[in-house]
Every structure is written in C-alpha cells, then in structure tokens.
Design a protein around this ligand. Sequence first.
Ligand code: DQA
Length: 149
Amino acid sequence: MIADGKRLYILNGPNLNLLGKRQPEIYGRETLADVEAACRAIAEPAGLTIRFEQSNAEHQIIDWIHEAREDGCGIVINPGAFTHTSVAILDALNAFEAPVFEVHISNVHKRESFRHHSFVSLRADGVIAGFGTQGYALAVERMLTLLKG
Ligand code: DQA
C-alpha cells in the first residue's frame, strides 16, 4: 500500500458525463467509464486506491475537494468549463495540501480565447492539455511517481 491508505481523487466537471458522445472530433470517442478503467488499471496494481467522480454541479465538486482534505493523497481534476470561471473551486483547491494536477482532454490554448485562462492553474502543480483522454493516465503515472518518493 502507498499513500498511507489515502485515495487519489479524480474529479470531473460539467458535461464530461457525455464524453464519447459530445463533440468527438474534439474530445474523442472514449467514454468517462473507459477513462476510469484506464486510471484504475494503472493505480490499483501499484496499491493506490482511486475515487473517480463526475458532476455537473459546482458545489458537488467543491464538497469532494473538501472530502479529499480528510482522505485524499492527491487530486487529478478536469473541471470542464468551471476551469475558466470558478474562483470557488480554486479556493477549495487552495485549502487542499497534497498535489493537484489539472487535466484537459483538448488543448485549451489552441481554442477560443475564453479557454486560455484557468483559475485552477493558479493552484495546480502540473497541467496536462491536448493529450486526449490519455492525459488522465499520464497524470496518474506522475502521481504514482510522487507518492513513491
Ligand atoms: C475541457 C476544456 C474546457 O474548456 C471545456 O469547457 C470542457 C472540457 C477539456 O477537457 O478539454 O468541458 O476541460
């Protein structure tokens, strides 16, 4: 077991429940269930437990970040559109002390200018964008490296 039995939180924001169906030319054809399975396949053999969640509600994401203060060894978060709007999610992440990685499936910097600013990046220890759904797996790999010391 690593991380003293604490869990890696992988949190997904609005519209990511539609992954695989929503704008596949941008976000690909893999579903969020596929992403979860890929993350578990990396983390669990290494002894790292995952809590994988998605919500369309900002308050729910904030509540999960608060829960991570109790039993989270790190957070991987794709906040969806809340990335560009939510000071409240930034504040919640600022109250969490372990590593935070921000993941975007698409390269937000290649898209509309309103996607170029991220409140979450002011807290994130690392940012992955434009690697498709594989970005989640890369973030989990990096988290394992940090947790193993
Ligand atoms: C996203 C990029 C955001 O701008 C967008 O609102 C999303 C998904 C991504 O994963 O590329 O919902 O976070």
